[in-house]
Write a protein that binds this ligand. Structure first.
Ligand code: NAP
Length: 329
């Protein structure tokens, strides 16, 4: 496992972190036994960064992480595992509408109380990294929630402060980075969603902001294992994410990438992760991991040789602007 700088902060995350959404819920059946085993395997392989959130099973993901870290400490392991969690808005739409007010979504008392719950679930006195789970550009000119989080940081409740981008307007965090409000950003950056390479990633580097990359597999389709006929359980959020013709369209685009990889020696999951790691502004990629086999496959990618430049450039052509209608489907 290789380690990288986390912006200007005195911590070096493993290139592969552990995305802990699915172990909390919303992804169909998931046993705690599998989740605990997957977490332990990833940490044994050198992963030192876990991303979770209040909303992942209403604390279930956080509590599983706490259990693993407690058990490992009790068994005498001397390791520092960095845990990033998230606070959702108290009210309003998701993502926040341009008319939602920061005072309603992230009021001071709510933030303070929510952080206390995060600490209790994770079994810590102080969070390594607290991320606001979503945001709107409407609050950039007066980012009051971050003013209060800086205050809590000075009180010692928080290590670092971050933001997870609203997926429909990821560039809204650029002004927050330039204003010094956030220590890290969590973004969607993958073979389909390459827009952060236009500006966001460079600004993060200039500002010394840590970059956490989520959804490296576009919720699984970039592993190449789905077909247009794949069915998701009703309690798997992907039944909605890939509703209608979305799955067939995404699979068709993923199949083009499969062709690009013929003869390269890369599997789809390896190429998806390695391509993201080819950008030097990226601090840590956090693939969602549910099983020991996925921990092995994903953590192993760090040790592969760097992706050759011609392949990096070839895969840039797979940028898919699926939110724009003029290009059709
Ligand atoms: N708004 C936010 O802040 C936000 C939103 C989304 C995610 N996140 C964070 O980012 C993390 C990663 O995103 P994600 O989990 O949504 O999606 P992802 O990383 O794109 O996809 C993860 C899923 O792909 C499958 N998978 C993983 N490794 C695989 C492999 N090697 N081969 C084949 N299949 C594999 C697993 O599901 P199956 O085995 O069921 O296919 C896994 O749950 C989350 O866990 C969470 O921590 C944050």
């Amino acid at each position: 496992m290789n380690y990288r700088p986390f912006g200007q902060h005195p911590f070096n995350p493993s290139e592969i972190g552990f995305g802990a959404w699915a172990i909390g819920g919303s992804w169909g059946a998931q046993s705690d036994t599998d989740s605990l085993a997957a977490l332990n395997r990833a940490l044994d392989l050198g992963c030192n960064f876990i991303d979770t959130a209040a909303g992942y099973g209403n604390g279930r993901s956080e509590k599983l992480i706490a259990q693993v870290l407690r058990d490992r400490a009790a068994s005498g392991k001397k390791e520092k595992i960095f845990v990033a969690t998230k606070t959702p808005p108290a009210a309003g739409e998701w993502p926040p509408s341009p008319y939602d007010r920061a005072d309603d979504c992230y009021p001071d008392k709510y933030l303070r109380d929510n952080i206390t719950t995060r600490c209790a679930n994770l079994g810590v006195e102080r969070l390594d990294l607290l991320q606001l789970h979503t945001w709107t550009r409407a609050w950039n000119r007066d980012p009051k929630p971050f003013k209060f989080l800086r205050h809590l940081q000075r009180e010692g409740r928080l290590g670092l402060i971050g933001i997870s981008t609203p997926e429909q307007d990821q560039n809204s965090v650029i002004d927050l980075m330039r204003g010094g409000w956030v220590d890290s950003v969590q973004i969607i950056y993958n073979l389909f969603e390459q827009e952060p390479a236009a500006e966001l990633l460079d600004v993060a580097k200039e500002c010394g902001v840590g970059v956490i990359v989520r959804v490296v597999f576009d919720e699984g389709v970039l592993t190449g294992k789905f077909t247009a006929d794949t069915k998701f359980a009703d309690d798997d959020f992907r039944a909605k994410y890939f509703a209608g013709d979305r799955l067939a369209r995404a699979v068709a685009h993923a199949d083009e990438i499969k062709k690009d990889l013929i003869g390269t020696g890369y599997t789809m999951p390896q190429a998806a992760i390695k391509w993201v790691l080819s950008h030097s502004a990226v601090s840590v990629v956090i693939p969602g991991i549910r099983t020991i086999a996925q921990a092995d496959a994903n953590c192993g990618v760090s040790d592969l040789p760097a992706m050759p430049q011609p392949l990096i450039e070839k895969l840039r052509r797979r940028n898919w602007r699926r939110g724009v209608w003029y290009g059709g489907k």
